[in-house]
Design a protein around this ligand. Sequence first.
Ligand code: ADP
Ligand code: GLC
Length: 481
Amino acid sequence: MKVSFLASEAIPYCKTGGLGDVVGSLPYSLTSLGLEICLFLPFYLDIQQKNLPLHKIAELNGRWQGKEIKVPLWESKLSPFRVVFIQNDAYYAREGLYGTPLGDHPDNAERFSFYCLFSLEAMKTIGFKPDIIHAHDWQAACSLAYLRYLYKEDHFFKSTRTLFTIHNLAYQGLFPPEVIEKVGLPAQVFHWKEMEFYGQVNFLKAGLIYSDAISTVSPTYSREIQQPEYGYGLDGVLRERSSVLFGILNGIDQSIWDPEKDPLLPFHFNSQDLSGKRKCKEELLRYFKLPTDLIEKPLAGIVSRLANQKGFDLLIESLESLFSLGLRLVILGQGEKKYQDLLLDLQKEKRNFLRVKIAFDESLAHLIIAGCDFFFIPSRFEPCGLTQMYSLRYGTIPIVRAVGGLEDTVVEFDPLTLRGNGFKFKEYSTQALIEATKRALAVYSQPNLWSSLIKQAMAADFSWEKTAQEYIDLYRRIQKF
Ligand code: ADP
Ligand code: GLC
């Protein structure tokens, strides 16, 4: 079976969040299970600057906005599946995949519809005739609109079926109606049953309407998004398509996130011998210039985009109480300026308890996830979340809000039965967060309980091998549609 993957990021080429991890790692498992995958990516500046072994495979002749254009296609031999880059320097050779700290790139509608259209063209040019087009999130969703309207009669895609995966319903790609003509879609898409959404054009909705099936990244989130509270205005559309809406839990790449081998860690460990984890904690304290005699005190970490989704308002409101419980906190994050500023101000006030690094730093992310005792994820909503799974692998106990994939992966630890791997709270309130933290600290203070909790956490298996098969089953099912 041939599957085209369309997504705006994938490790090791480009990443801003979990989408990059998932799109870069799922195809490995699908490939090892016998599928032929071709991933299409925009040829961002980030990728051009990485000095990767890439070569130009073709130059495609196309039409865009009334002009004849040439679109170079590049290929990487780094991955065991095909990865093709669509070049358009005017659109992609700039800082930031989606924008800069000052805001989104103003031409994102054109940038990502160009990517969608020319990924379809690239499939024809390189002769990769997909059985399935698997498009991810709003940036790739327009491919399904083009397929529906521009390639309807095209023999090449005659037996192609489509799956659209929602990684985050909150980002929809909303643009003024004028973009429809600019990106070469027919005017009829601007209809409430298609891409129109409260007077704007909604790219993500193209993925929901024109796909054969829809999936999202955890079973709980697949139910939540059909409710107004989490549906971001699209719950009605999703309810209407509920018979073809599936929730498949993300996996993690356990070869990258392996505490025994992780090349980004200064020390290694496993559940039998945690001495390397203690050394990582020491290293982390040193990194943040916290006294190393805090080694015996509980240390919590956060590695996150600084976005409204991630519950920073709740966390910030709870900090005073958390610190009074004796907890220290280190935060690595990047994103909305208001959170960056707030956290940096708080750091000044609470230097003995809080350290903040505003950056995107892969090595530090690994060190925090390995070196901390606890990992906070107080999200308002969380389609899946990967950092709780990485933390569990590294024996770092998650304290999370019980939503989306966090609900599906973290099981409240029960000190009586010794079952469970973390601590959860349901209500979006400081009180609920603080109560969960108190339960966590109570276990931390009892070495026997604590060590059985860590063992349990590290034993969890979130490998892709388990869930890649679910995608294959779904592809097979869609092929029969
Ligand atoms: P989301 O995709 O909503 O951001 P996930 O938990 O699915 O959340 O994935 C986040 C990914 O991005 C993880 O791999 C995490 O380690 C990484 N990440 C987030 N912020 C940073 C940062 N500032 N530096 C390094 N890695 C980060
Ligand atoms: C999104 C979600 C996150 C999920 C990731 C990968 O960015 O916010 O919860 O883990 O996509 O699917």
